[in-house]
Write a protein that binds this ligand. Structure first.
Ligand code: GLN
Length: 476
């Protein structure tokens, strides 16, 4: 048995039936990281062995007496480096936070620890989660384990590469406009962007607060469901967390495809889509129909405005969120003579090009004279997009489509043309704008052997339904 190839639930089963010990599992992962992380750059930092093995021993003692606190007890996990971990570096892929040690854990980190999972390390990401390729990190470029000349996607590219490259059985990512789903698609794994409010954002370093959600990334939908069950639920420290939210998985075997109405927005299958992705989705659709699902045509007429709307909202929110990095409170602080110079030099040195571009765009759309023309208009279009989804859900139970217009691009191909990179977010950003759950699943490969992802979009708070459907999908 190759330990690092097991899914998180398979691993848990081995641990809970005492066929493997946690120490054996950690040995296997530390060996894999030592062998492959230098090339893949999936982790920015790996947790020290001493503390990790000590924690493993504590958990092992509980497992040995039959105290199993969660379905993933004893399983190691990688966490995106925008999520606060007490006393463990949390950099957001930025020079600004290169030496930042958070004084507290994010709620989701508290929850994975309470579930007896073991933190393996912090994964690389685009700087402050801004990007689609994990090439904007101050700490280097993550590579796609399926083809190391390609990007893993972004911004949670390190988490996706860790899972796809067998450097972690499961991981946490965050998704503001596609950053869980798109890297999952590029790397051939599964990832869930939960309904906005289903997962606490307390301790998640903000990019765009009205769009950000953390979620699970795993080898398949079942692993994502197990981790989602651990991290979701209300949190009084996050006022946007949904008060009554509870994860209730459908009963085993209660997910027949027969009768499920699957909506496909016609706008999703345009010429812009790589033909092999369209073919793969078409063939899956036929299989679903053969299994008794009803395919319904729906419409999202505002899709053409989705990317500009998203980037106006995201930049407006990020320029406010990044204003706290002033060189004084915490983060990179430049030597300077005056207060003004401290601000300017600390921020100029601390932030990379993409962050600076977005801070400028954000301040522009919020500036008086342009606020109504850009920000207010974007808010209105956001509402139209939400309404279009709700209307579509009157005739279907779930929406199906691509995750990205192409499979993983080559390293270096995207950064020269930021606009083209922004446009590649077309299929994911509307889900964040509307606050819906979105699940990315591997469904095939293109002629270069690169993974193709499928996206399932659900009604608000139907994350569990989406995950169960993901588990029931026929393979392509
Ligand atoms: N690519 C999108 C952006 O750059 C999404 C990023 C994300 O979801 N964090 O904003």
């Amino acid at each position: 048995m190759n330990i690092t190839e097991l899914t998180a639930l398979e691993l848990a089963q081995q641990l809970h039936t005492k066929r493997l010990s946690i120490a054996q599992v950690l040995d296997a992962y530390y060996a894999a990281i030592a062998e492959k992380n230098e090339e893949l750059q999936a982790y920015i930092s790996v947790c020290g062995k001493e503390l990790t093995y000590a924690r493993a021993a504590e958990i092992q003692a509980r497992l040995d007496v039959g105290e199993i606190r969660s379905p993933l007890a004893g399983v190691p996990i990688a966490v995106k480096d925008v999520i606060c971990t007490a006393g463990i570096p949390t950099t957001c892929g930025s020079r600004t936070l290169e030496h930042f040690l958070p004084p507290y854990n994010a709620t989701i980190v508290e929850r994975i620890l309470a579930a007896d999972m073991i933190l393996l390390g912090k994964t690389n990401c685009d700087e402050f989660a801004m990007g689609s390729t994990t090439e904007t990190s101050y700490f280097g470029i993550t590579k796609n384990p399926r083809d190391t000349s390609r990007v893993p996607g972004g911004s949670s590219g390190g988490s996706a590469a860790a899972v796809a490259g067998n450097l972690a059985p499961i991981a946490l990512g965050t998704d503001t406009g596609g950053s869980i789903r798109q890297p999952a698609a590029y790397c051939g794994i599964a990832g869930l962007k939960p309904t906005y409010g289903a997962v606490s954002r307390y301790g998640l370093i903000a990019y765009a607060s009205s769009l950000d959600q953390a979620g699970p990334m795993g080898k398949n939908a079942a692993d994502c469901a197990a981790l989602f069950g651990i991290i979701c639920g209300p949190d009084e420290r996050d006022s946007t967390s949904a008060k009554g939210y509870r994860y209730e998985p459908p009963l085993q075997g209660a997910m027949p495809l027969r009768g499920t109405r699957i909506g496909i927005p016609q706008e999703f299958l345009s010429e812009a889509l790589q033909p092999e992705i369209k073919q793969t989705i078409d063939s899956l659709t036929q299989k679903l129909q053969a299994e008794g699902a009803a395919i319904v045509s729906v419409s999202l007429p505002q899709l053409a405005y989705a990317v500009p709307t998203y980037y106006i909202m995201a930049c407006a929110e990020c320029c406010s969120n990044l204003s706290r990095y002033d060189g004084i409170k915490y983060g990179h602080s430049a030597d300077a003579e005056s207060l003004r110079e401290t601000y300017i030099r600390s921020r100029s040195e601390g932030f990379g090009l993409e962050c600076k571009r977005r801070v400028m765009l954000g301040n522009f759309v919020l500036s008086s004279g342009y606020f109504d023309a850009y920000y207010m208009k974007a808010l209105k279009v956001r509402r139209l997009i939400q309404n279009a989804y709700l209307k579509a859900f009157e005739s279907c139970d779930v929406i199906l489509g691509p995750v990205a217009p192409t499979t993983a691009p080559r390293i270096g191909e995207s950064l020269d043309d930021p606009l083209a990179m922004y446009l590649s977010d077309i299929y994911t950003v509307t889900v964040n704008l509307a606050g819906l759950p979105g699940l990315s699943l591997p469904i095939g490969k293109d002629s270069n052997g690169l993974p193709i992802g499928l996206q399932l979009i659900g009604k608000p708070y139907e994350d569990a339904f989406l995950l169960a459907l993901g588990e029931a999908l026929p393979s392509c």
